[in-house]
Design a protein. Structure first.
Length: 168
């Protein structure tokens, strides 16, 4: 299968994007249901799925841009902008809400100096609400980078954030 060659350079500031996409599309294009594994690989490589990758993915997989964008925007895991150097995710699913995750999110905002769905201006941290970390029996739960924490109290959250050394 011949892969598309971009006519214009990517505007996301990633000159390696066309080569990366060609490699990843070659790996996934012939697989049934290739879109999700491909998006995971893009995000693993770049930390997010740049908008400039959407036309390359849609053409390489024979999907519409709307289909690709729909999947990226539907799943909370996929980011369309670069994350901070550290990422704090607070579970907002029902079990965690019942055990205090709303208060933890408000506390995280204050401690990190960052609004939900945002990255702080200095790029140090992103704060993301997520809708299930799979620890419902041990709620409330948060994830810092790739490490999950269960039964998080306000005191424990303060210690975890302090250990991150990202205070504003």
């Amino acid at each position: 299968m011949s892969l598309p060659t971009p006519v214009t350079p990517p505007s996301c500031g990633l000159p390696e994007l066309p080569a990366l996409m060609a490699t990843l599309l070659a790996r996934h294009a012939q697989r049934p249901g290739a879109l999700l594994p491909l998006l995971h690989d893009v995000q693993d490589a770049l930390g997010y799925v740049p908008a400039d990758s959407v036309p390359l993915i849609s053409e390489g997989l024979g999907l519409s841009r709307a289909e690709v964008h729909g999947v990226i925007s539907y799943y909370h895991f996929f980011r369309s902008t670069p994350p901070g150097r550290q990422v704090v995710q607070v579970c907002r699913a029902e079990a965690c809400q019942a055990c205090g995750s709303e208060a933890l999110m408000a506390q995280a905002e204050r401690l990190l100096g960052c609004a939900p769905h945002a990255t702080r201006a200095d790029g140090a941290v992103s704060l993301e609400p997520v809708y299930c970390l799979g620890l419902c029996a041990s709620s409330p739960a948060i994830q810092i980078n790739d490490r999950v924490h269960a039964r998080v109290t306000p005191e424990r959250l303060a210690r975890l954030v302090s250990d991150m050394a990202v205070q504003p």
